[in-house]
Design a protein. Sequence first.
Length: 340
Amino acid sequence: MSAARRPLVANYRGVICDLDGVVYRGSKEVPGAIADLNTVVAGMPVAFATNNASRPPAAVAHHLRRLGLEPAAWSVVTSAQAAAAYLAGRLSPGTPVLAVGGPGVAEGLTEAGLTPLGVAELSGTTAVEAVVQGAGQEVSWRELAEVGYLVQAGAIWVATNLDATIPTSRGQAPGNGALVGAVRTTTPAVPHVTGKPEAALFDFARSRLGTERDATIVVGDRLETDIAGARSAGLDSMFVLGGSSTLQDLAFAEKNSRPTYFAFGLSGLLQPGLCRLEQTDGIVDLTPTGALAVLEAVEPVRLLQAVITLAWDALDRGRALLDDEAMWTDLECRMGVIRP
């Protein structure tokens, strides 16, 4: 089968897939995502990679099965596991590590052969060489203070991620980045970060897949974490619309957060002949004087391809683009993008 007829995913041997905004939003499936994933996992391994360190992988996997994902060669990896793997390469087996955050942090440390301790288990005779700080609904002032004390005393400080906020049913709430920021007021030390957009989580996911860099593709909806992280890990990526980052964000993206491909959803993995975002073909004009002039009638995917690549070309040449939120939102509507 020619490359133009092969589905995009057939060019790879493994997929690293984001969850929130790509597979589900809260407890509900992104429309059509599970059906597409069931087709993908029937042919190759998929690692679902999440910055959320509070939930153990088994809890996330249960959520996916409840949504209808069929048994196959897929797994869930978290930033807490990546943090534990980082420490396991630097500490002796069984070394006590302070675990701050949800249950996923302690479980990741145990899985890696280390001994997680809560603040109530610390004592003056316990030699704690490291601390892993992740988000959790029950994180207390005492725990944050203890992180600061240990770091000031020379302990290795690992943060699962630096996400400033986390989405909840009532709006945005402080994320792990906010909690890390509180600790940083007590020390000039900087934590080692294992979650997106750093490469560690992607490297850990690839170790689970058993794939080389050029045989792995990342799928995500956040340019600043999923796509930037894929680039830092040397991986191709597919950005999907309808999640956190918008079409306007994509058009104005800096080089370090530009994806290899774009799609309207996970169905893009199954689409034959999906084009790499490399060259513009001049069918649109995005300058302030030209507004959004479509110079010929084209199919939505090709139009969006042209819009994005022309915008990037203009940015790289120092030209001004039309930064009109209403225009970009209208274009998304014309493309059929559905946002929560």
